[in-house]
Design a protein around this ligand. Structure first.
Ligand SMILES: [Zn+2]
Ligand SMILES: [Zn+2]
Length: 177
């Protein structure tokens, strides 16, 4: 089972619902949207004007989760970890919680017109990638695999939303009931 939760009021329910459908298709497990919103405010760094993703992950970890359930927080704020300028998301490897943000996935950030379809595609890939980490996967050398590491939207765009054979086998092991 995968649960999605909005991190901040700016995340629209229709975005979460659309993502839930995609995740159900890719992971072949039920995926539902949790009621309520996790407030990202405590994670804000005023100097960087960004949000510390690890702090948000810590807050997600406080939510009660049935055993084996994975929780993905979806944010719309600019996330960072101290060693990077920004991150698209973060996850606990082999843990329960993951986080992804639409902020740096939007075409507008790169001076281009908004593109809803592209944003949806990118968010799906980022969500699958971060959830993949919670199933114990690390970065994959296959550049088309969703577990390939990607620090730019260009790299997000060239990979697929799906796992390569090897990564898919690991996920299947975990999601098998
Ligand atoms: Zn990663
Ligand atoms: Zn792979």
């Amino acid at each position: 089972m995968i649960e999605l939760v909005a991190v901040g009021e700016a995340v629209q329910p229709r975005r979460l619902n659309a993502l839930a459908l995609e995740l159900t298709r890719i992971f072949k497990v039920p995926c539902q949207v949790r009621a309520g919103v996790v407030d990202p405010a405590p994670a804000r760094d005023d100097t960087r004007q960004q949000y510390r993703s690890t702090t948000i992950l810590d807050r997600l970890r406080l939510l009660n989760l049935p055993n084996r359930t994975r929780l993905l927080g979806v944010a719309a704020v600019d996330l960072f970890v101290p060693i990077f300028t920004f991150v698209f998301g973060e996850a606990e490897v082999d843990g329960h919680c993951a986080l992804a943000s639409t902020y740096r996935l939007e075409e507008e950030r790169y001076g281009l017109p908004a593109n809803e379809e592209k944003l949806r595609e990118r968010l799906t890939k980022e969500a699958v990638h971060e959830l993949g980490h919670t199933y114990g996967l690390r970065h994959c050398d296959d550049w088309q695999c969703v577990m390939a590491s990607s620090h730019s939207v260009e790299l997000v765009d060239v990979k697929q939303a799906e796992f390569c054979e090897e990564c898919a086998a690991v996920v299947r092991e975990f999601t098998r009931v």
